[in-house]
Design a protein around this ligand. Structure first.
Ligand code: PPS
Length: 331
């Protein structure tokens, strides 16, 4: 869309997704504010395990890996089972974490200062390079109808992302808040790219963080390791999880009636706004490193590089993704 300025030049008016503000952060507009507040106020149990990420950085993959390790290779049976055993607390509400079968892992997307914290709980933080994160977030925002962004372009979303206006706020503030804690004994800081480069090594790292017995078991049972690698592969998850999500959202009993508080709220929001979940779920999408090359212009890469430099000054964050700004001619 464009409007004519007084100078006669056309100025771009960018399309923006819909959000609500809670705790000073933009949040998914269909989430219950009570559930978000309840999440921040939740007091972790000593045996709590959290999978925390900025959105679109590998949460679901890490949740599946953790679950497969804890369950000795038993995959989630359905999307309902996934939500019950590994609840997304801001969306579903703190009661789902209280009711979660244990051992299990709670999903959150909160920056460190807002995430429920206990020195005894364990936190797995997954970071992903900002360019692929931005592309993945763009597809997510286009796919879910509550954002009212189905006709938004990548250029529109890039503006939102670079300004930190997307849900859960600024990518860099989030990353910095957890990066500071990467050496804490109860924090395991990993990257999506590391998971892609050597999934087996990361599975062992996660198992060891969860408990020596999990690591010992995987080291002594090659078949179990292979099963976990298979069941957490992007191909397997693309087929099974996407299908499970489609089944869940097209089943009125599961999604409309018999659901946790937070999901009822989302459901009401959808009903009031006459929104429908997409029939085809592309939640597990490409699952690769470097898809940004298909989206970023040279000037967008330059803008992000400048922000990256400014925000991460005095840290070693750039060394997490050494090639991020070298393979595009920005000039
Ligand atoms: S969310 O909505 O924030 O919970 O999304 P999140 O799970 O963090 O991130 C989604 C991206 O992770 C990719 N994904 C995977 N990559 C590799 N292997 C496996 N098994 C896997 N599962 C999910 C998913 O495809 C999203 O990335 P993009 O780049 O969009 O493909």
């Amino acid at each position: 869309m464009s409007t004519r300025k007084k100078t006669g030049k056309m100025a771009q008016v960018r399309k923006k997704p819909m959000y609500q503000q809670i705790f000073g952060l933009p949040m998914n507009i269909s989430f219950s504010p009570e559930c978000v507040r309840g999440t921040v106020q939740y007091k972790p149990r000593d045996d709590d395990i959290f999978v925390v990420t900025f959105p679109k950085c590998g949460t679901t993959w890490a949740q599946h890996i953790v679950h497969n390790i804890l369950s000795k290779g038993k995959p989630f049976e359905s999307f309902e089972d996934f939500q019950r055993r590994s609840p997304f607390m801001e969306m579903l509400g703190p009661k789902t974490a209280e009711d979660m079968p244990r051992p299990g892992a709670i999903k959150t997307h909160l920056p460190f200062h807002l995430n429920p914290y206990s020195p005894k709980a364990k936190y797995i933080y997954v970071a992903r390079n900002p360019k692929d994160c931005c592309v993945s977030f763009y597809h997510h925002t286009k796919m879910f109808p509550e954002y009212q962004f189905t006709d938004g372009t990548f250029d529109d979303f890039f503006e939102v992302f670079i300004n930190g206006e997307n849900d859960w706020g600024d990518y860099f503030d989030h990353l910095l808040s957890w990066y500071e804690h990467r050496h804490d004994l109860n924090v395991l800081f990993i990257t999506y790219e590391e998971m892609k480069a050597d999934t087996r090594a990361v599975i062992l790292k996660i198992a060891s963080f969860l408990g020596q017995t999990y690591k010992d078991l995987l080291e002594s049972d090659e078949k179990l390791m292979d099963k976990i690698l298979y069941q957490t592969s992007s191909g397997y998850m693309r087929k099974h999880l996407n299908e499970q999500m489609e089944n869940f959202y097209s089943n009125p009993v599961l999604w409309r009636n018999d659901s946790p508080e937070g999901l009822k709220y989302v459901n009401e929001y959808f009903k009031n706004k006459k929104l429908e979940m997409p029939k085809e779920m592309k939640f597990v999408r490409k699952g690769v490193v470097g898809d940004w090359k298909n989206y970023f212009s040279a000037s967008q890469s330059k803008l992000l590089r400048e922000k990256f430099k400014e925000k991460t000054k005095g840290t070693n964050i750039a060394s997490l993704w050494p090639d991020l700004f070298t393979d595009i001619n920005e000039n």
